[in-house]
Design a binder for this molecule. Structure first.
Ligand code: MIC
Ligand code: SF4
Length: 642
């Protein structure tokens, strides 16, 4: 029986476990990436391991998130990251060089390699045939130290692409269609593998748009084959020798299959406030638009912005729209500057931002109250734009540019003649903003600003847990709810005591205060708890506030792993109706917790208000149990090394 591509790469990197769906396996990691908002913690954790130099083939530290320097904090963090990188053998991509995923695709991604990144959109690398997975910073730190990455052996879903996209329909519409069909939790425990004759019609950046936003499915990752198109892209990036052909076997089997007829797709948008609330733009109608934001790791490649420039050439941005554009990388921006497209954008009235995440993570450009913002980004969770009541629609770059001109949500097919942008034979290559590690690491002194605080560590798991329900939330709670981002809170990423004040601040402003007063607590959630980002702060900061367990109907993959890494019990209701019986402020008790945990998969929880007892499961592997018992991965690793 033939193998699919995902299983081939996993098998080539397997260091432990059996590749049966649902089993825990461990794989070797070839490359890592971090970005600044998660990187400071990841490197503090790496330093704590006492390993003199990274053991990966390649590790890169990007600065792309926290780039609004409204105080000393971000700039101090950048300096910390730069000196850490120099000392420990890590390449450092300077602020302004671009968004980690875009730059990694351009300059470092290699087909067939494994990439672990402390950012949930690391699967962007799947566009070039990498097995690229997002994880918490601690997992990335372990991988930098040469440790394997543990994951649940995923199901592999085949998405067969047939035919070609029609004019004005873009790669974004392909992933919006997958989201429409599978939902934001439809990818949990799965890898999405794209195959079929339609693959050949998609460029590497188009493929990367699709794998990037596979993160919104909750998938472990998404991947395309490495073929002639991949070869051409690598050659144009001056890296032809890094190409290898990688295809699934012709008779490869899959756990699930779906077919997408590219020719049948039309321009779509994800409506507020979820990436899977997808409808065609025709259906939504011509609603008034106040802001258009083009960029992010999903849609800011050279071809994306050239398309936008060609739409805007000779036209003006509508008087009621603010158009902001953040190019994905310095390579993209400089190429646009040199070929004149940047002048077209500026002439149209676009506001050009630096090559960073920017508005995608609420680093500036918050829209006005109640505004409609059309964005080429990947997430439209409530409040993420920086404006609590803004309504964010996610579209492709063509639809976004159309909205910028008309001031209304617009099906780009009305724009007339379409010209597909071809990729250049040769991209502009200048790696001078990527700093190689120091040749004399001993001489490098790591510079820490006052905002870089020591890493808090959890206690061992107690044998009896009696804790208050601090908060009860619904389905699909995101890490943006648990620990918001934005220009005010992001600079505190290296300062857990300070950032913990903002835990659940947009959902329940009194949360931090109440949690501290209670000493310890429990959070109750619905399905897909913790979807969205990889930020381990959404586990670390609640841990700092005394959260001992989260009881939910189901969890998102990365967040669950982060909870375990920091010693917070991720528990699942065996009977979902028990969720209904719990109220905020109830006191829940778990007796003989340690021995119950060691004995099996079930724990008995008693609600001391009602006197009712109910079962929860934890689904922890023996290794994860040991981590939880020790109070987190750092304690566990220390104990193993003693
Ligand atoms: C995001 O898009 O939410 C982020 C900011 O890139 C996060 C990482 C973070 O919170 O630092 C992600 O996607 O993992
Ligand atoms: Fe940056 Fe947005 Fe991409 Fe996250 S989703 S890495 S914030 S551009």
């Amino acid at each position: 029986m033939g193998e699919n591509l995902t299983r081939k790469i996993l098998a080539a990197h397997l260091v432990a476990g059996e590749m049966t769906v649902g089993n825990e396996i461990a794989i070797r990691i070839d490359q890592t990436l971090t970005q600044d908002a998660t990187g400071t913690m990841a490197y503090l954790q790496f330093e704590a391991m006492g390993i003199p130099r990274v053991k990966t083939e390649l590790s890169v530290s990007y600065v792309d998130h926290n780039t609004l320097q409204t105080g000393f904090e971000n700039a101090d963090d950048h300096r910390f990251l730069q000196t850490v990188a120099a000392k420990y053998g890590i390449y450092f991509s300077r602020p302004g060089n671009g968004i980690c995923h875009q730059v990694h695709l351009e300059r470092f991604g290699v087909p067939g390699k494994t990439l672990l990144g402390s950012d949930s959109h690391t699967p962007t690398g799947g566009g070039i045939g990498m097995l690229a997975i997002g994880a918490g910073g601690l997992d990335v730190a372990v991988a930098m130290g040469g440790g394997p990455f543990y994951l649940t052996m995923p199901e592999v879903v085949k998405v067969e692409l047939i035919n070609k996209l029609q004019p004005w329909v873009s790669a974004k519409d392909v992933i919006l269609e997958v989201l429409r069909r599978l939902s934001v939790k439809g990818g949990v425990g799965k890898v999405i593998e794209y195959t079929g004759p339609g693959v050949a019609s998609l460029s590497v950046p188009e493929r990367a748009t699709i794998t990037n936003m596979g993160a919104e499915l909750g998938a472990t990752t998404s991947i395309f084959p490495s073929d002639e198109i991949t070869k051409r892209f690598l050659a144009a990036q001056g890296r032809a020798e890094q190409w290898v052909e990688l295809l699934p076997d012709p008779d490869a089997t899959y756990d699930e299959e779906l077919v997408i007829d590219l020719a049948a797709l039309e321009p779509m948008a994800a409506c507020p406030h979820s990436p899977d609330a997808v409808r065609t733009i025709r259906e939504i109608g011509e609603i008034e638009v106040n802001q258009v934001a083009i960029g992010s790791c999903t849609n800011s490649s050279y071809a994306d912005l050239m398309q936008v420039a060609s739409i805007l050439r000779g036209k003006k941005v509508h008087k009621n729209v603010s158009l902001v554009i953040s190019p994905g990388s310095r390579q993209v921006l400089e190429m646009l500057a040199r070929n004149g497209a940047l002048a077209d954008l500026i002439a149209s009235g676009a506001r050009i931002l630096e090559s960073t995440c920017g508005p995608c993570i609420g680093m500036g450009q918050a829209p006005p109250s109640g505004a409609v913002s059309v964005r080429t980004f990947n997430r439209n969770f409530p409040g993420r734009s920086g404006t609590a009541d803004a309504k964010v629609y996610l579209t492709g770059p063509e639809a976004a540019a159309a909205a910028a001109i008309t001031g209304r949500l617009t099906d780009p097919r009305i724009l007339g003649k379409y010209k597909k942008i071809e990729l250049p034979e040769r991209f502009l290559i200048d790696d001078s903003m990527i700093i190689a590690p120091a040749e004399d690491p001993e001489a490098v002194h790591v510079l820490r600003g006052p905002n870089v605080k020591a890493l808090p560590v959890n206690d061992e798991l107690p044998d009896r847990l009696a804790a208050k329900v601090l908060l009860k939330v619904e389905d699909n709670i995101t890490t943006d709810h648990i620990l918001p981002a934005g220009a005010k809170i992001l600079p505190l990423r290296s300062n857990i005591p300070a950032i913990s004040e903002y835990v659940f601040s947009t959902v329940d402003p009194g949360f931090a205060e109440r949690a501290k007063k209670a000493g310890q607590g429990i959070v109750v959630g619905g399905h897909n708890y913790g979807q969205g980002s990889s930020r381990e702060h959404a586990a670390l900061a609640p841990m700092y506030l005394g959260v001992k367990a989260v009881l939910a109907k189901s969890f998102a993959r990365i967040h669950r792993a982060n909870l375990i890494n920091f010693g917070i019990l991720p528990l699942i209701f065996v009977n979902e109706t028990d969720y209904e019986s719990i109220e905020k402020d109830d006191l829940l008790e778990i007796k003989s917790l340690r021995s119950q945990l060691e004995a099996g998969d079930r724990l008995i929880v008693t609600n001391l208000r009602t006197g009712n007892s109910f079962s929860v499961s934890h689904g922890l592997t023996p290794r994860q149990k040991a981590i939880i018992l020790d109070g987190g991965l750092l304690n566990y690793t220390k104990k193993q090394n003693m």
